[in-house]
Design a protein around this ligand. Structure first.
Ligand code: PLP
Length: 410
């Protein structure tokens, strides 16, 4: 008889979004005529840039004739895309990378979830709280989380609270972790870290032999000068950090699927004997075994984002979403709510009025204004008392949401 991985049994069902669906369905039964505005789930609404569509058509045509047909590609990705990424995303910021330090994937969720394959289950993990749930759940699956406490925290995970009290700037933890996930600009809080703050973390990691897993899925939304786009802008970061990037939100690839991970060659971790082992070598081994590459046509589509037209069309989309973000941010503030994020990220993190929980705030927004948000507590204990709104909606819907909120007595 086969035995299951018992770790999976410790995970609760994806409670957050199923609970939201349940509540929205119940609301619709009572108010079938209501037009509900969805500002909950972080998916894009604008179609792919024209340059991407053209590249897809061209690549599909190539696949139709034997001279240009492509079968299996390199597991690590095609050089045309890797070289383009290095040139545009890194060399422009003074960062040099070798082509074999960049691994093309089918989106950041896969690699942020799978990176644990190359790490011992004996590592102590730290996360900022609230947090993108994949970091926690994948560590539960990988036997690193321990047991779930009554307060919703896992016994072996170090939680670093990020809230209005500390201005969403994570403090160095009292207990030294082996691995820390940092996501900046942040989902769900929409806040960013300055270069000085990120430097603090890189220096801490260098001094304490800590691995940083840096998720920069929202890098393209950064507006402020002082916010680093890559962790490798910080001196010494290549010794301690893996960086994850995604084309999902940058260029509307949530359905097409493409991203990449940077694993520098100078990044090392220890084996039990105390030898330093290259994580680049291990990740390459992992990918060659378990991943057969991202589709050729999708990699050609991703390459098109970096053409002059692709850059302009991508920027138009980002500006569109950031206009929504500003609209939400400024108007929520003007009705007396405490609002965070929305400046360097497409998420708005709203503090519920005093004494109101995340779920109560969610209910009131749904029942009184017919708007769907995401309760902050769904992202971790420190998210209690907050609600996340996304800027990824259509402008007209976001505008209407603002109109509905104008005279809201909260
Ligand atoms: N990382 C963060 C912080 C995210 O919010 C998301 C998606 O919402 C992802 C990674 C995954 O993105 P994808 O797999 O679409 O590249």
């Amino acid at each position: 008889m086969a035995l299951v991985n018992e770790q999976f049994l410790k995970l609760s069902e994806s409670y957050l979004f199923s609970e939201i669906t349940k509540k929205v369905n119940a609301f619709k039964v009572i108010h079938p005529e209501a037009k509900v505005i969805r500002l909950g789930i972080g998916d894009v609404t604008l179609p792919l840039p024209e340059a991407v569509i053209d590249a897809l058509h061209k690549a599909v045509d190539e696949m139709s004739v034997s001279e240009t047909f492509k079968g299996y590609g390199p597991e690590q990705g095609y050089r045309f895309l890797i070289d383009t990424i290095i040139k545009h995303d890194y060399e422009t910021r003074g960062i040099s990378l070798d082509p074999d330090e960049v691994f093309i994937n089918d989106g950041a969720k896969s690699d942020t979830g799978n990176i644990g394959d190359i790490l011992s289950k004996d590592n102590r993990i730290a996360v900022t709280d609230p947090v993108y749930p994949v970091y926690i759940d994948s560590n539960v699956m990988g036997c690193r989380a321990g047991e779930k406490n009554e307060d919703g925290r896992w016994s072996n995970i170090v939680y670093i609270p990020c809230n209005a009290e500390n201005h969403f700037i994570p403090e160095l933890p009292e207990i030294r972790p082996d691995v820390i996930y940092l996501c900046y600009p942040n989902n769900p809080t929409g806040t960013a870290l300055s270069k000085k703050e990120l430097k603090k973390w890189v220096n801490y990691a260098i001094s304490n032999n800590i691995l940083i897993l840096f998720d920069a899925a929202y890098e393209a939304f950064i507006q402020e000068e002082d916010v680093p786009h890559s962790i490798y802008e910080i001196k010494g970061a290549k010794q301690v950090a893996i960086e994850f990037r995604s084309f999902s939100k940058t260029a509307g690839f949530t359905g097409l699927r493409c991203g990449y991970t940077v694993v520098p060659k100078e990044l090392k971790a220890f084996n039990f004997a105390g030898d330093k082992i290259s994580l680049n070598r291990l990740w390459n081994r992992r990918q060659s075994t378990k991943f057969n590459g991202t589709a050729y046509i999708v990699q050609r589509a991703a390459e098109a984002i970096y053409t002059p037209e692709g850059k302009v069309q991508t920027k138009v989309r980002i500006n569109y979403y950031m206009r929504n973000a500003k609209l939400l941010h400024d108007n929520l503030k003007s009705i007396g709510l405490e609002v965070f994020g929305g400046v360097n990220a497409p998420y708005i993190w709203v503090k519920a009025p005093k004494g109101i929980t995340s779920w109560k705030f969610f209910d009131r927004l749904l029942f009184e204004r017919h708007i769907i948000g995401t309760p902050g507590v769904g992202f971790g204990p420190s998210g209690e008392g907050y609600l996340r709104l996304t800027a990824f909606g259509k402008y007209e819907d976001t505008f209407e949401a603002i109109e509905r909120l104008k005279n809201w007595k909260i």
